[in-house]
Unconditional design. Structure first.
Length: 206
């Protein structure tokens, strides 16, 4: 299965069980994984077949799957119920570098489903959406118009259109959960959170 060419950070959340994953990066520019972890071709540490199989970087971790099973616990070797969330994180800048524009909501849904079908189809689909961009001197810009009651400041500016409304609406209808992230710059995080929720709290996916 091929994945779309996106500037995405692949994300998996797993509870203790047969599939052990790490959020550590690896490879050129990052370094080696912790002992016992494989470095995937996408520069992430972990112990799944995607990390240790084809494309595994042996210079930065172990490679090859192990046939041994743990005897220290009675945990089942089945992945059923172990992986809770599957999805990715994206920012306006990273996506535009590859596409020139931000894909429509239905395209994002198809990407989430591709990850789920590859990893664990019963997991909850999730996306982290970065709704602000950091600029120089601590300034940020939001990818949406200022919500009612808010206006631009010396360190906060707003877009002329909304980059995320249609995407979040599609996520609402498809049951995909969203975490909204900001790049704060020299701004108060509580204030930024209030701005974001004033804009998007109506969406059940958030």
């Amino acid at each position: 299965m091929s994945y779309p060419k996106l500037s995405l950070i692949f994300m998996l959340y797993a509870i203790a069980g047969a599939v052990k994953l790490s959020t550590d990066r690896c490879g050129s520019g990052y370094g080696k994984c912790d002992s016992g972890y494989c470095c995937s071709k996408y520069n992430w540490c972990g112990t799944s077949s995607d990390h240790c199989g084809s494309g595994c970087q042996s210079s930065y971790g172990k490679c090859g799957t192990s046939s041994s099973t743990s005897t220290s616990t009675s945990t089942s070797t089945s992945t059923s119920g172990k992986i809770q969330y599957v999805g990715f994180r994206f920012s306006e800048g990273g996506v535009k570098d590859n596409y020139g524009s931000i894909p429509k909501g239905e395209q994002w849904v198809s990407y989430v489903n591709k990850f789920k079908n590859k990893i664990y189809s019963s997991a909850q689909g999730v996306v982290i959406v970065i709704v602000s961009t950091y600029h120089s001197s601590g300034k940020i810009s939001f990818g949406f118009k200022a919500p009612s009651g808010y206006s631009a400041t010396d360190h906060i500016s707003y877009g002329s259109s909304d980059l995320y409304e249609d995407i979040l609406t599609k996520f609402d209808s498809e049951g995909i959960k969203v975490w909204l992230q900001v790049e704060p710059g020299n701004n108060d995080l509580v204030t930024l959170a209030k701005i974001v929720f004033a804009k998007y709290k109506k969406h059940k996916c958030v």
